[in-house]
Design a protein. Structure first.
Length: 468
């Protein structure tokens, strides 16, 4: 792709176009590039954008402004993202020094391949260091506080000493960042195989405490080594996420026959471009947030009755705060609310119980079971024996396999009479139209249960000009 762009720019005499930022970094270290950033120091951003769209295809839109005088135009094409911008400062060097980290503050002139590296980003690439371009970088854009740890994980680099100190000092600034930007960074971290370690480091420096203050209350939930939990509530939550990520590597032979189907399921997009696996990880981190408010002391025992239900209420508030989609909110609630349910499925003759569990939890059964398995594996109190773990592992694999091959009943969640009552319809063609609409929505995955069906018809059918 980069070579095609170079040829187009060269043939059309665009001499002052620079590849900048993370694309230069990835090019220098040999990583695959999916996001290209170009800076146009002389000439029209719009002209460059039109040239690329006309020759490469794709769709474009303005990130700022409503016409071709906008500062940045984004092109989306088959999984690729191309941003074309004017300099943020008065020239190229000022633009580069306004960027977050030195490894992202380099530029290559497309016309002759000249490299510009005012902040010594190449030195930090060689030394595997994440270093700020200036001491004001976090103040100018506090979301960089999260991004620093993501780059550490993605690149397998280390924070330089000064950057680490500034993170500790300026962690509270993350509260100034719009929730959507924080959400996007957190979900990028959740897409990593070792997100548990990244999130734990964010918690230690105080950043995650601001984003998810609910987690701090879990420190009050004490360990009970004589029973199930050898860790306090907070450490258990992070350990559950670590166990989940080990499970999701699918290295155990037990997953061999369903690994392909399970991987496809986990990578399914739920909403906003976010995947099943990311929501599962978030739910795992937050699965016990209901424990602090349900904690009760009775003689020598501590109970957390209905912590799963209370947790689902809290998680819904968190999800809304993060501006997640309705489908994502619904799934997160189901995962937290039902994460204890697989525990009650018996080892012996479980088939009927599994089908009952499926009927209540489909299409979230796989994720609920994976969360429950991670919860079990992260609990190493005296009541958790090796034989118990092995039995649970086999049973949970059986539940997951059944769910992956499960086909839900074909019956619509509402019949004709129920639709007539819902929409105040008389018998006639309109009822048939509503039934067809509902069936189509189920095939597309927009409707999964009665609640969805009612909401769908009340919104979509009433918008149609159909004679009742």
């Amino acid at each position: 792709m980069l070579n095609k762009i170079h040829i187009l720019l060269d043939e059309n005499a665009f001499e002052d176009v620079f590849l900048v930022g993370g694309a230069v970094r990835d090019l220098l270290v040999g990583r695959e590039i999916s996001d290209y950033d170009f800076l146009v120091s002389e000439g029209s951003v719009a002209d460059v954008a039109k040239l690329l769209v006309n020759n490469l295809g794709g769709k474009f839109f303005f990130l700022k402004g409503a016409n071709y005088t906008a500062k940045t135009i984004r092109i989306i094409k088959e999984g690729l993202q191309i941003d074309i911008s004017e300099p943020k400062g008065s020239n190229l060097q000022e633009d580069l020094l306004e960027r977050d980290f030195t490894i992202n503050s380099m530029a290559i002139r497309m016309s002759d391949g000249a490299l510009f590296d005012s902040a010594e980003g190449i030195r930090d690439l060689i030394n595997k260091k994440i270093r700020l371009t200036s001491d004001l970088a976090f103040i100018k854009d506090p979301v960089r506080l999260i991004r620093a740890y993501r780059f550490v994980a993605e690149m397998n680099f280390q924070l330089d000493e000064r950057t680490s100190i500034l993170i500790m000092e300026q962690a509270p600034l993350i509260s100034q960042v719009p929730s959507e930007r924080v959400r996007d960074e957190i979900f990028k971290i959740l897409n990593l195989k070792n997100s548990s370690n990244v999130l734990y480091n964010l918690y230690k420096v105080g950043i995650l405490k601001v984003i998810f203050p609910e987690l701090t209350l879990l420190e009050r939930v004490g360990a009970e080594p004589q029973r199930f939990h050898h860790l306090n509530g907070l450490d258990h939550s992070f350990e559950a996420l670590r166990c989940l990520e080990r499970i999701l590597l699918l290295k155990s032979p037990i997953w061999q026959d369903i690994s392909e189907k399970l991987t496809f399921y986990l990578n399914h997009i739920i909403g906003g471009g976010r995947k099943n696996i990311q929501l599962l990880k978030l739910a795992t981190l937050l699965h016990d947030v209901g424990k602090p408010i349900t904690m009760k002391f009775d003689s020598n025992k501590i109970s957390y009755l209905n912590h799963d239900h209370e947790g689902a209420i809290i998680v819904e508030k968190i999800a809304r705060r993060m501006r997640l989609s309705k489908s994502e909110i619904k799934e997160l609630k189901h995962l937290v609310k039902n994460h204890m349910q697989p525990i009650f499925i018996p080892i012996e003759n479980p088939e009927a119980h599994i089908l009952k569990f499926l009927s209540k939890t489909y299409p979230y059964t796989v994720n609920i079971t994976l969360l429950s398995l991670a919860d079990r594996l992260s609990s190493r109190g005296q009541k958790i024996t090796l034989s118990y773990i092995l039995e649970r592992y086999r049973l949970y694999k059986k539940i997951i396999k059944t769910a992956l091959y499960y086909e839900p009943p074909k019956r619509l969640p509402l019949n004709g009479k129920e639709i007539m009552n819902l929409l105040n319809l008389e018998p006639g063609p309109a009822v048939g139209i509503a039934l067809k609409m509902l069936k189509g929505a189920m095939i597309r995955g927009e409707v999964k249960d009665e609640e969805d069906a009612k909401a769908f018809l009340l919104e979509k059918f009433n918008n149609l000009k159909i004679k009742k």
